[in-house]
Each structure stands twice: as C-alpha cells, then as structure tokens.
Design a protein around this ligand. Sequence first.
Ligand SMILES: [Mg+2]
Ligand SMILES: [Zn+2]
Length: 208
Amino acid sequence: MAGRQEERQRRLRPAIFLDRDGTINEQMGYINHLSRFHLLPGVGEAIRRLNEHDLPVVVVTNQSGLARGYFPESLLDAVHAEMHRLLALAGARLDGLYVCPHHPEAKDERYRLNCSCRKPKAGLLEQAARELGLDLARSYMVGDRWSDLRCGAAVGATSLLVLTGYGRGDLCYIGPGQAIQPAHVAEDLAAAVQWILERERRRTAQTM
Ligand SMILES: [Mg+2]
Ligand SMILES: [Zn+2]
C-alpha cells in the first residue's frame, strides 16, 4: 500500500502556476473588453521555455468582474481565446486555465458565494492538482500580488513575486516581520522562469 502511494507521488508532476492579470497581461483594471488585453513583453517566450522543459503551465485567476456584473462570461471566453491565440503565435501553450468567478457580495446570485477557490484560497490549485496529476509541494506559484504568494504558501509551493502589475506596490507586504515571503522577487515573468529553470536544473542534478 505504501509502495503504491510512493509510486503515485513519483508520477505526479510539479507545475508552474501563473496568475493572469499583471503577470501575463498588463494590469488594466477589469478586462471588460478585448482591447484591454495585452500580453506583457517576453511572456510568450517565457511560457514556451516552460513548455520545452515539459513543465505544465497552469493559469489560476480570480475574475470577480463576472460576479460584479462588469462583464459576461462570453467576454471572459473571448479574452481567453485571445490569450491562447497570442501565446500560440509565440509557440507557447497552457496546460490548464482555472478561473474563480465568485465573490461573497456578487450582484449575480449565480456567483454569490464565499467559495474556496478565490485566491488566496487554494481551491483552484487543488482542483488543477487533482485533474492534471500535479505535485503541489514541488510546484511554483508566480504572481504580482501578495494574495498569490499566500495562495502558493497555502499548498506548500514555492512562490515568486513579479514586479509587473501590482508587484512593486505589493512589495510593501513582504517586508521584514511578514510570515509569508516569496522565494524570489523577479522583474517580470521571463526572469521568474529563468530562476525556476535554474532551480529545477540544480534539483535534477542532485537527484541523479
Ligand atoms: Mg495579478
Ligand atoms: Zn471561487
């Protein structure tokens, strides 16, 4: 029994979880129109590098704009189709995309829920882990908000803060004395991916 558990654990893969707004695309408030969705520089290439290293890339995003009635689900679908299209142009792809549409005070009662998936809660990561066979403790969470770091910490993942989006502002939350600290602070997603790949290379060298 223990052997089977170990076997299963070995088969689980580490993933790279990415926040969306401010990490992949420019921070523009609520993305309530396609014209507000712009990939940040170097993002396509950074995700392609993860693809080339066979590291699953999973986007986890809070989209309370749905709950607040700022945009319909059809707009969110169109934005994500555009995201996939722009990434594909750079030869990159996502292995998963998980969205929390909830808010406890949602205008639309379908989304009015004190859910367990709105970051910093870990529901999206846990769902992805179940569905994609991921090892959360060996995974990485990259985002521009302190809530992303808290979310990563909640599942024992290695968290990185990027300084794009709200990152520079949220640096104030990780001063001395704060319990939750990022393992690394990176200028942008490309720099975060560079750090992750170097760390993975060292880890693989150690276990060989
Ligand atoms: Mg963000
Ligand atoms: Zn939720």
